[in-house]
Structure formats: structure tokens, C-alpha cells
Design a protein around this ligand. Structure first.
Ligand SMILES: C[S@@+](CC[C@H](N)C(=O)[O-])C[C@H]1O[C@@H](n2cnc3c(N)ncnc32)[C@H](O)[C@@H]1O
Length: 437
């Protein structure tokens, strides 16, 4: 294993390759992930071989060497792990006083030490990073991840709150840091950030969004303002929505596309289709092939503006799905609702509206997040992501109560990734009974 190599990527003149941005990153990352999966699958021999393969790659950036050491340690290969650790710690010890850049040297080095279990030293470098750039939210976020690795929830809470209290407009930063803390399992610290956000909200929609997140972290709530939450959330990230969803490996629109193909709908452009919660119009490109008329509705004006630029719809309108009465009965031959119902708990009103709006014989195609936990009695639950999951039985029962038959198709597949892990979704297609004459 070579720790010191890539001259262009050297940081702060230490000679250590701490950056992980070179072209091999994807390859090495996926090999480490595979090694972890082999550990989980109880195949230690293959995992050890893979770690050796990673170490033999040469020119290995230090953070990857540390991660490989972590995998080896979890496999009981203590001697090999210690050997790598000793080399890295000695190298870092030699150069740590020369590390200056918070983002490119101090935090990566702190991350390495955290992965190696050197909590004190990791914390010290992380602290140095935020002292160098106290106003940089990304540096604070990086330090919080390191505190998560070394399991210091109290310190993480203090670091986040100190940053927020020095901020003029703390609501968005508090949500951002709160969600990071939530993802690493520091629920108390996450709640502290979200409470602080709530105390500083200036508008009704801001408050609605924060209350939703507080409720999803177990804070009691009497009634949630779904409308306000959605407006605030989607207006704020409409412009970067497509790009961000792409980074998350968004598969929702593709699931709808695949369902249309599976059910062999003809592409005769004869259907009147409603894209309910159309967002930026990611489904419009393929729905056009099936539609004589394609209408998109959404709550967020900003999302609708992005959709309008794509020129995929015949008509776009700002409408709340829960009050769909604005649409005359039997207006549509198909309703598509991709990745929208994850923002609703009970779905009876919406399914009722969809049923009323569909022409007899019309189709409803929906994606939701899949609830697999049978102990969720209601059949749906709000998670700390701020989104709901729904069980298959809840979906089928509610559809039945509204007057829909059994779905023609109900399958499960990856919707997108979250922190590198797939989010399991459900896609279903159900047909409103045709009139018997
Ligand atoms: C995750 S996006 C999905 C957008 C699009 N269907 C897609 O697949 O890319 C969820 C969309 O649902 C919309 N939405 C949430 N609640 C809504 C409501 N009550 N009425 C109408 N649209 C809503 C949001 O504004 C947002 O554009």
C-alpha cells in the first residue's frame, strides 16, 4: 500500500494523498462497498481477498486505506488492520501540524482517524477545521459526520447549535444540519436543530415545513399543514430538483414508464392524461407518446415554472391534489402520480378524487415508498426523511373502499438512493371499472 503518491492531489504540501477525487474513486468505493456486503453476507474469505485486492491497487488514497482497514478489523484480521492503522497514524502524526485547508485536508484527515477509531485525534482535527472556517456550513456538516463516526452526540449538538446561533437566517441551515444529525442517528441533536428552526420561522409555510420534520422525528403534532409544507419544500428546491434527483439515481419516472410498457398501452396519442403532482415534468417526455392531451398539476409554482420550460404539457395548473374537485367528473383516461403520495399519510381523499376524475375504464398509475413493517398498524407511517411509506395492504384496502378493483399490477423496485442505499418503492396500476351498457 502506498500512502504518498499523487503529486497533483497533494494537500497542504504534506505529501499525503488525502483527497478522494481521482478517477479511481468510483471503482475503489464500489469494491469497498462490495467487501462490506460480503461481510454482511457472511463470506469472510471473499471479503478478505477483496480487501487485499484493494490494498494491492497501489496509490491508494489514505481514506480508502482506512476504510479497508475497518473492514479487515470487522473480519477479525486485527494484525493486518493494525498494520495499516500504524502506517496511517504515523504519517498523519508527522504532517498534521501542516494541514491547513478545512475541506481538503483537515476534515479528510479527521475522517480517516475517525474510521480508524482514533476519536480524540479525529475530534481535534475537526475542531481545527471549524475554527479555521467557522462560517462555512459545509465544514460544520463535515465535522458533524466525523463526530457521528466517533459517536459524540453531545458534542455534535453543541457544534451545530453554536453555528446556528451565529447565523442571521438560521432556518434553512438548521434544517440541513438537523437532517444530517438525524441520518446519523443523533435524534436528540436533530430535534434541537429543528426546534431552533421552528423558533426562527418567519412565514406560515416555513413553519409548516419544519413542523412536518419535527413530527417525523417523534415530536407530537395535532394537525400538519401538508399544503404549506409542500409549497415551502418544493418552491425552495425547484431549480436544482432535476439535478439533485439525478444524483440520487431517481428511478420513479422510469417505474411509471416500465409499467406503461408492461401493460402494453398503445402509443396512439389518444388518452387524456393527468400528471398529478407533475413537479418539474420528468414524466412528461414519455407520457406525451400516449396522450392526446397531457395536463400537469402541482402545488408549487416554482416546480410548474420548470415544467413549463420543458414544453411537455398541453396545460399546467396550480392545484392541490386533496381538493381536486376543480376537475369535472370523468375527465381523464389516465392519472399518473409519481413520487407524490409519499407526502401524504391517509390516501382516502386523494384516491376518491382520482376515482371521480377518471373516466370509466381509465387507469391510475402510482408510485409510493414501500412500508414493510407489519407492526405499522395504520398501514402508513411518517419517517425521519419527512416522507411516508405505505403498505401494500393499506393501498389495496383503501382503493377497494373507494370503489377501485384489485390493482392489475403491484410491484416493488428501487425508487432512488438515500445515502447510497436503495429506497424500496411500490408501483401499482389499477383500472376504474368500465360502465356496463
Ligand atoms: C418528489 S416531487 C415528484 C414530481 C414528479 N411527479 C416526478 O416524478 O418527478 C413531488 C411533487 O408533489 C407536489 N405536491 C406535494 N403535495 C401536493 C399537493 N397537495 N397537491 C399538488 N401537488 C403536490 C410537489 O409540489 C412536488 O412537485
Amino acid at each position: 500500500m502506498t500512502l504518498i503518491q499523487n503529486e497533483q492531489e497533494q494537500d497542504d504540501d504534506t505529501g499525503l494523498n488525502l483527497l478522494v477525487e481521482d478517477e479511481n474513486v468510483q471503482l475503489i468505493s464500489s469494491k469497498i462497498e462490495q467487501a462490506r456486503e460480503l461481510v454482511d453476507a457472511n463470506d469472510p474469505q471473499k471479503a478478505i481477498e477483496l480487501c487485499q485486492e484493494i490494498l494491492d491497487l497501489g496509490d491508494l488514497p489514505v481514506p480508502f486505506a482506512a476504510k479497508a482497514a475497518g473492514v479487515l478489523r470487522s473480519l477479525g484480521q486485527i494484525e493486518a488492520a493494525d498494520k495499516i492503522k500504524t502506517v496511517i497514524v504515523e504519517e498523519l502524526d508527522r504532517v498534521h501540524h501542516r494541514l491547513k485547508s478545512p475541506e481538503y485536508a483537515l476534515l479528510p484527515a479527521a475522517g480517516v482517524l475517525a474510521d480508524l477509531g482514533e476519536a480524540e485525534a479525529a475530534d481535534e482535527l475537526g475542531q481545527k477545521a471549524i475554527e479555521a472556517e467557522p462560517d462555512n456550513q459545509l465544514v460544520v456538516a463535515g465535522y458533524l459526520s466525523i463526530l457521528a463516526t466517533v459517536n459524540r452526540p453531545e458534542k455534535a449538538r453543541d457544534v451545530a447549535m453554536t453555528f446556528l446561533k451565529a447565523h442571521d437566517q438560521p432556518v434553512l441551515p438548521a434544517i440541513h444540519l438537523g437532517m444530517i444529525l438525524s441520518k446519523v442517528g443523533f435524534n436528540g441533536a436533530a430535534l434541537a436543530c429543528l426546534e431552533y428552526a421552528k423558533a426562527n420561522c418567519k412565514t406560515k409555510t416555513e413553519t409548516a415545513r419544519v413542523e412536518y420534520l419535527l413530527a417525523s422525528h417523534g415530536s407530537p403534532a395535532s394537525a400538519l399543514d401538508q399544503h404549506g409544507m409542500a409549497v415551502e419544500l418544493f418552491d425552495s428546491f425547484a431549480v436544482s430538483y432535476d439535478q439533485q434527483l439525478n444524483l440520487l439515481g431517481n428511478n420513479g419516472p422510469n417505474l411509471i414508464f416500465t409499467t406503461l410498457e408492461k401493460l402494453e398501452f398503445d402509443k396512439a396519442k389518444t388518452r387524456r392524461i393527468l400528471d398529478a403532482g407533475c413537479g418539474t415534468g420528468l414524466c412528461s417526455a414519455f407520457l406525451r407518446d400516449y396522450a392526446s392531451e397531457l395536463i400537469g398539476i402541482d402545488l408549487s409554482i416554482k416546480m410548474l415554472e420548470v415544467a413549463r420550460e420543458k414544453e411537455g404539457y398541453h396545460f399546467l395548473a396550480r392545484t392541490d391534489l386533496s381538493v381536486l374537485e376543480t376537475y369535472p367528473e370523468g375527465r381523464f383516461d389516465m392519472i399518473v402520480c409519481a413520487d407524490v403520495l409519499v407526502y401524504f399519510g391517509a390516501l382516502d381523499t386523494i384516491f376518491y378524487n382520482f376515482n371521480k376524475t377518471l373516466h370509466p375504464g381509465g387507469w391510475l398509475l402510482v408510485t409510493v415508498e414501500h412500508e414493510e413493517d407489519p407492526s405499522v398498524r395504520t398501514g402508513y407511517k411518517l419517517y425521519s426523511t419527512g416522507r411516508y411509506k405505505h403498505s401494500d395492504s393499506y393501498l389495496t384496502e383503501t382503493l377497494k373502499d373507494i370503489g377501485f378493483p384489485k390493482p392489475k399490477l403491484i410491484t416493488h423496485a428501487r425508487l432512488r438512493n438515500d445515502m447510497g442505499h436503495p429506497i424500496k418503492g411500490t408501483v401499482f396500476a389499477v383500472q376504474k371499472p368500465a360502465l356496463l351498457l
